[in-house]
Design a protein around this ligand. Sequence first.
Ligand SMILES: CC(C)(COP(=O)(O)OP(=O)(O)OC[C@H]1O[C@@H](n2cnc3c(N)ncnc32)[C@H](O)[C@@H]1OP(=O)(O)O)[C@@H](O)C(=O)NCCC(=O)NCCS
Length: 164
Amino acid sequence: MQQFGIRPEEPDDWWEVEALYDLCFAPGREALSSYRLRDDVPPVVGLSLVARDGQGILAGAIRFWPVHVGEHDALLLGPVAVHPTHQGEGLGGYLIHAGVEAGRTKGWERVMLVGDAPYYARFGFLPLQGVEMPPPTNPDRVLGLELTSGVWADVHGPVTRWTR
Ligand SMILES: CC(C)(COP(=O)(O)OP(=O)(O)OC[C@H]1O[C@@H](n2cnc3c(N)ncnc32)[C@H](O)[C@@H]1OP(=O)(O)O)[C@@H](O)C(=O)NCCC(=O)NCCS
């Protein structure tokens, strides 16, 4: 990833990242149920990252939100997107690894997301049983990663908006 400058997202990056997400996702992305968990909640400071190419043009971005799962805390990974001109170069994987490791450093123990299991399996994400995203969400797409061994065991219930 030497060709990209990667650093935490700052407030001035916000609308450029939104434009990248608009480009990379289907129209209406904000109607997805996962966005109801993000309404009026800021992303986790320091974990959300932007990657810029040598000209300073945004090439990729990842954000993380805090959520509750039942009585427990978790990081909600996403959205993550890489500009179509840079997809397949390893940048998405780099951003996911870097963001997750930053979360571990800050003391987070579990990460979840809604996404394609075949892609996220390579990072260790596995389907979560009994973790209920706001409907409509395909339960097969609700995936989790343990940053401390065993922390998803016995964690069940609805995923709700962060309230602290
Ligand atoms: C998904 C995304 C972030 C991956 O970023 P990237 O930089 O292209 O990914 P990487 O270069 O790290 O990895 C590429 C590999 O992931 C695979 N991959 C990408 N998206 C995939 C998917 N949805 N399902 C399965 N595999 C996928 C590619 O086939 C490639 O496989 P290979 O390593 O065997 O060749 C990027 O393609 C993107 O922005 N897509 C549109 C937005 C999106 O779908 N975001 C994820 C929401 S769940």
